[in-house]
Design a protein around this ligand. Structure first.
Ligand code: AMP
Length: 278
């Protein structure tokens, strides 16, 4: 596996390559969810590029950025084992030569006002900046992202439209632990016991889906927020939305594609998850 840290070196190398490039941007602390994106990119492209960059611009909480898990040497082993062709490992200066206070603005509209847009002000601006800069460096044919970050996928789709980009966005299913917990680098920050208890999030999402034909959403929302909060979670939101636009919905409407999304803290670690209802 080639490893590049400088954009100029990366571009020069990619220039000599023929065929399609599948790109998987990550923040490292890799797990099987990330590797599933690499595998899909490998199946569909001549060359697979992964980036590891913990993007300071997307953390609205400095403490969250500072304690974000970093496991670079095991990440490199895992990426080599699955046959990644190239790892891009830029420095903060390479991505933000003018500093992280000089960010570009992107009009992602409504998406910036709901769910994580509302609860993490500035987060998606940081995501747009990093994805735009990374994809400018890699110039991929297709970018592979996980549905675990459901809203992020819609934001990046909007970003690519705004840029009139020819990059295809391929969204991939959420990989879960055997207990149902969505795999996430942040799970590393949980104690062993909390990692078991965190499966309650998926239990709630599944229970809502199982009960949607007989119970109004608002009752289920109350019931499962109370359930989570009585199990030491602090729930930021548990909401029903149109899966295509993320417009919030007050009740189930089977003529629409629907998704329930949640953000909840356990031991101070912010966990997000979602489940399509139909
Ligand atoms: P991150 O390193 O958290 O920024 O994630 C990098 C990419 O991996 C994003 O596109 C995520 O949506 C995706 N991803 C993270 N967790 C999972 C998972 N459990 N299953 C599938 N994809 C995931």
């Amino acid at each position: 596996m080639f490893i590049f840290k400088k954009i100029a070196d990366l571009k020069q190398f990619l220039h000599t390559q023929n065929g399609s490039i599948g790109f998987v941007p990550t923040m490292g602390a890799l797990h099987k969810g990330h590797l599933s994106l690499i595998e899909k990119a490998k199946q569909e492209n001549s060359l697979t590029v992964c980036s590891i960059f913990v993007n300071p611009a997307q953390f609205n909480d400095k403490n969250d950025f500072e304690k974000y898990p970093m496991t670079l040497s095991s990440d490199i082993d895992l990426l080599s084992q699955v046959g990644t062709d190239l790892l891009f490992l830029p420095s903060i200066d390479a991505i933000y030569p003018n500093g992280i206070d000089q960010l570009d603005d992107y009009d992602i509209g409504f998406l910036d006002t709901v769910l994580d847009g509302k609860f993490r002000p500035g987060h998606f601006k940081g995501v747009c900046n990093v994805i735009d800069r990374l994809s400018d460096a890699v110039a991929p044919t297709a970018m592979y992202m996980g549905e675990k970050d459901f809203q992020q996928c819609l934001v990046v789709k909007r970003l690519l439209e705004l840029k009139n980009s020819s990059v295809k966005l391929i969204t991939c299913p959420t990989r879960r632990e055997t207990n149902g917990l969505a795999m996430s680098s942040r799970n590393e920050l949980l104690s062993k016991g909390a990692r078991e208890r965190a499966s309650a999030i998926y239990y709630c999402l599944k229970s809502i889906r199982d009960e949607m034909d007989k119970t109004p959403f608002s009752d289920l929302q109350d019931r499962y927020i109370r359930y989570l909060d009585s199990n030491s979670f602090e729930t930021e939101y548990l909401l029903l939305a149109d899966a295509e636009t993320l417009e919030l919905m007050t009740d189930f409407n089977s003529s629409k594609k629907m998704v329930v999304l949640t953000a909840s803290r356990l031991e101070g670690v912010r966990l997000i998850d979602n489940l399509r209802m139909n």
